[in-house]
Design a protein around this ligand. Structure first.
Ligand SMILES: [Zn+2]
Length: 182
């Protein structure tokens, strides 16, 4: 299964001291964490565990699929970001939540401000100019428009990663090829 991916493009899942999956790093970064004694191999008993060797002039190291940090560097301070254009664009993946357009994007208050709608994560979405003006001062329901997803505040990136990680483990979908940095 892993033969198709060059060793240096493999990724390793990093766990915190408390065994929470945090993120993926590439093999090079995992090796650095291991040889500087900042992390240790972790066997969580998944059946598709793999090992690779990375060679340098004098070093052969076995890199497991999962490593655990020995240092307490993972608990970074994280706050819910402010509700502004940049952060909402990021959450809504730069697309209109009504039609999916990626052009002429604006902020839309689901329940319009003129009707008491708040400027909060659960009431602000990205909408293109066309959808925004079509909706006007109505709710999506009144305008006969459907939101792609129910808006909510972003969650801690490590928690989002952990959710996806355990879903992946359950799905056993094999090679993901996805790389994310801590
Ligand atoms: Zn639109």
């Amino acid at each position: 299964m892993n033969g198709r991916i060059p060793v240096l493009e493999q990724s390793v899942v990093v766990f915190s001291q408390n065994y929470l999956p945090l993120c993926k790093v590439n093999i090079k970064r995992a090796v650095v964490l291991l040889i500087t004694n900042k992390a240790e191999p972790l066997n969580i008993g998944t059946p598709d565990e793999w090992q690779v060797t990375v060679t340098s002039p004098s070093l052969v190291i076995f890199v497991p699929q999962h490593i655990r940090l020995k240092i307490n560097s993972s608990e970074r301070v994280w706050k819910v970001p402010p509700v502004n254009r940049r952060e909402v664009l990021r959450r809504d993946r730069h697309s209109c939540q009504y039609c999916g357009s990626k052009k002429h994007l604006t902020l839309d208050h689901v329940l319009p401000r003129s009707r008491g709608g708040q400027h909060t994560w659960d009431n602000v979405v990205i909408a293109c100019e066309r959808c925004n003006s079509r909706k006007g001062s109505r709710t999506p329901k009144e305008a006969g428009m459907q939101l792609a997803t129910k808006p909510k505040a972003p969650i801690h990136p490590a928690i989002a990663f952990a959710d996806r990680f355990w879903m992946d483990v359950q799905a056993r979908s094999g090679v993901t090829g996805e790389h994310e940095e801590c």
